[in-house]
Design a protein around this ligand. Sequence first.
Ligand code: AMP
Ligand code: ZN
Length: 114
Amino acid sequence: MSECIFCSIIARKTPGRIVFEDNLVVAIEDIRPQAPVHLLVMPRAHVDSLNDLKPEDEPLLGRLFIVAARLARERGLDTQGYRTVINNGAWAGQSVAHLHVHVMGGRVFHWPPG
Ligand code: AMP
Ligand code: ZN
């Protein structure tokens, strides 16, 4: 998946601000933040979207959200609240086909998101 920008960042071939990594997941700062805190938590191994997860990926999915919550807590977002978003496919606005959880906080978010 050499053409995948997130794989390229994970492989240190493209510059990116990696804020966390372990054997399963990597988190980076979004290059065009839509909130004071805007992180992307993603699988280390390429997966296009939620559509491509398999039953054996349950631990990965758990890790993505455990790490998302931990990073949010470390940034002091847990008391006021923060938003986690996964866009899947064109109509949802997914622009990078490497599964990622947006972690956004530091401002008020509205619902529905549009
Ligand atoms: P989505 O539209 O849900 O697929 O989200 C993709 C996100 O990736 C957007 O918020 C982009 O700003 C972000 N993004 C795209 N390219 C990069 C990059 N090179 N480094 C960090 N974030 C990126
Ligand atoms: Zn990828």
